[in-house]
Design a protein around this ligand. Structure first.
Ligand code: AMP
Ligand code: MG
Length: 316
């Protein structure tokens, strides 16, 4: 923060993006729309700027950040791309795919960004505002979701202010995001094998050799992040509910109509786009508890159910 305790929110037009670029150059924090959720961006080559992300979010310092780049060419300055990793970048970037690859020794990234790991998580996002911003600056942007650590991710500018007002310099308002859940994360190992670390909007269908699922893999992974309790609305959450009690805010899906409905037509993509808005509404609602209808586990439904399981896990 530059000595003030109110966060400005501006339209993500050319003037807004130029102002954001200046703030980022001087080491400040800007919330920026991407196609997944709003990210809290800072220059990834500055230890001071990266430290501000952890401080504003209250994020544990062992949880590394995703580094956002314009394209695969810029990404190759920070990570080593095996042929398998390069092929994934070629096919899915720009888009909601994060690739975890070995960090280059000469990457010049702040150590805090990778939380001291020998790997780096890289993504070239597809949102026009984030892309325009990345074109205007000559450094990559570290950007986790723009919310206090452990709480519900933001899919519109108002969600960002709900948890970070006064803690960051600027919010670029680019309207609601479209994909609605965080990027798919794949780790590309030195032997060419690919592990899914987090399900997301893209169903790439990779599994470890033994056919291990993402959920079981996470339990085994010693890498930081992917915490059991996350996306938490601050009240108890009951999953796969077929009806709601009077003291429960009811989130429905398909034929099951709730106080808020993820998708009346039963479309998992629409449900993903509306997931965090419904959780924000549930968090604000007078009911002390939340009940959520079952969401099918196909397509992006896997990512929705991953987030809902974490939302239902009480903080440690
Ligand atoms: P967020 O930015 O909050 O959406 O979370 C970023 C996710 O990326 C976290 O779950 C991190 O654990 C994961 N991540 C970032 N860098 C790495 C890395 N080098 N290795 C494994 N996971 C990573
Ligand atoms: Mg997050």
């Amino acid at each position: 923060m530059s000595g003030k305790n109110v966060t400005d929110m501006v339209l993500a037009d050319a003037a807004g993006i130029a102002r954001a670029a200046r703030i980022l150059e001087s080491g400040g924090l800007v919330a920026v729309p991407t196609e997944t959720v709003y990210g809290l961006a800072a220059r990834a080559d500055s230890a001071e700027a990266a430290a501000k992300i952890y401080a504003a979010k209250g994020r544990p310092d062992f949880n590394p950040l995703i580094v956002h780049v314009r394209d695969a060419e810029q990404a190759a300055r920070y990570g080593s791309f095996s042929p398998e990793a390069a092929a994934l970048a070629q096919q899915y970037w720009p888009g909601p795919l994060t690739l975890v690859v070995p960090r280059r020794a000469d990457a010049g990234l702040a150590d805090a960004v990778t939380a001291g790991l020998p790997t780096v998580a890289l993504r070239a996002p597809a949102h026009p505002v984030m892309s325009a911003l990345l074109e205007q600056v000559d450094f990559p942007l570290a950007a986790p979701s723009a919310n206090r650590s452990g709480f519900i991710s933001p899919t519109c500018a108002a969600h960002v202010l709900a948890s970070l007002d006064g803690r960051i310099d600027l919010v670029l308002d680019g309207g609601p995001t479209t994909a609605g859940v965080e990027s798919t994360i794949l780790a590309v190992r030195a032997d060419g094998s690919i592990d899914e670390l987090r399900p997301g909007p893209l169903q790439i269908g990779h599994r470890t050799a033994g056919g291990e699922t993402g959920a079981r893999l996470e339990a085994r992974i010693q890498a930081p992040g992917q915490l059991a309790s996350h996306y938490a609305p601050g009240k108890p959450v009951r999953l796969e509910a077929t009806s709601a009690e009077p003291d429960e805010f009811w989130i429905g899906f398909g034929a099951v109509q709730g106080d808020c409905t993820l998708s009346a037509s039963g479309d998992v993509n629409e449900a993903a786009a509306r997931l965090y808005a419904c959780l924000h509404e549930a968090a604000r609602a007078p009911q002390p508890r939340i009940a959520i209808a079952q969401v099918p586990d196909n397509g992006v439904g896997r990512a929705i159910n991953d987030r809902l399981r974490r939302a239902a896990t009480p903080p440690a």
